[in-house]
Ligand binder design. Structure first.
Ligand SMILES: Nc1ncnc2c1ncn2[C@@H]1O[C@H](COP(=O)(O)OP(=O)(O)OP(=O)(O)O)[C@@H](O)[C@H]1O
Ligand SMILES: O=P(O)(O)OC[C@H]1O[C@H](OP(=O)(O)OP(=O)(O)O)[C@H](O)[C@@H]1O
Length: 213
């Protein structure tokens, strides 16, 4: 039995059409059911199951081996640095991890930054030779810059609509993000024969991942 952990929300929604196009056996009711485990069947691969997990938790399920494969954003992989193989850049769920703030904000005036990505933010500011205080928030990160909790935010930008609606703009683009296929290290070795058809089909269907981290 193969188990695949999917990051629920945008990553799963944007990636399922690619999986379908690759001929992966899928469950029918991914977005209508409140279930978290979805059995699927393939004549070639036999029984499979999908787990719908919070994005931040997907690498943990894969690292501990309760899932053989996982689909999750590169932002999560960079932040968590889990011990998993990163196999394929799927090129879906694209966005950019950015430093953003009010248009008048100058880099050397940034003292406090709000983020959901403390490790990545810390690494970014260290590489810039800047010392800033990081405030970790769970969501609606833009609010921190609007209301003055922080001088800037370090967060994902896709369309830019949330920044624009809050009078903010991108100050620096730090990482290009897209969904990745990851694998548990032992599963990858022990179940290689079973995984191969899935991986080959997915690799074929994936277009233009190049340039994305
Ligand atoms: N505009 C975007 N904003 C946030 N994440 C995006 C965006 N576009 C693509 N993504 C990808 O989707 C993932 C987050 O998905 P989503 O926002 O649906 O989850 P969430 O439940 O809000 O996440 P969390 O529980 O971590 O806050 C990110 O890890 C990222 O890789
Ligand atoms: O550039 P855009 O297309 O506007 O997308 C970016 C916004 O989307 C995400 O938030 P999300 O909707 O996940 O809400 P959250 O911050 O409360 O998690 C992200 O944190 C930005 O706020």
């Amino acid at each position: 039995m193969l188990t695949i952990a999917l990051a629920k929300g945008r990553t799963a929604e944007d990636t399922l059409p690619l999986l379908e196009q690759s001929g992966w056996p899928l469950a029918e009711n991914f977005f209508t059911s409140r279930a978290l485990v979805f059995p699927a069947h393939s004549p070639i691969l036999g029984e499979l199951q999908y787990l719908l997990a919070k994005p931040m938790d997907v690498p943990t399920y894969v690292q501990y081996g309760v899932a053989d494969l996982g689909i999750v954003g590169k932002d999560i992989l960079l932040e968590q640095q889990s011990d998993v193989y990163e196999l394929i850049n799927l090129g879906t769920a694209r966005c950019t991890l950015c430093l953003a703030g009010k248009p008048e904000t100058k880099m050397n005036q940034i003292r406090r930054v709000a983020t959901k990505y403390p490790r990545l933010a810390e690494a970014y500011f260290r590489s810039e030779g800047l010392s800033v205080e990081l405030v970790e928030l769970g969501g609606s990160i833009e609010l921190a810059a609007v209301i003055g909790l922080a001088d800037a935010i370090f967060d994902l930008v896709q369309t830019g609509a949330t920044l624009a609606a809050n009078g903010l703009q991108v100050l620096h683009e730090c990482h290009k993000i897209s969904a990745r296929l990851i694998a548990n290290r032992s599963s990858f070795r022990l179940k290689q024969d079973k995984l191969e058809p899935l991986l080959v089909a997915l690799q074929k269907a994936t277009t233009d991942g190049e340039g994305w981290i």
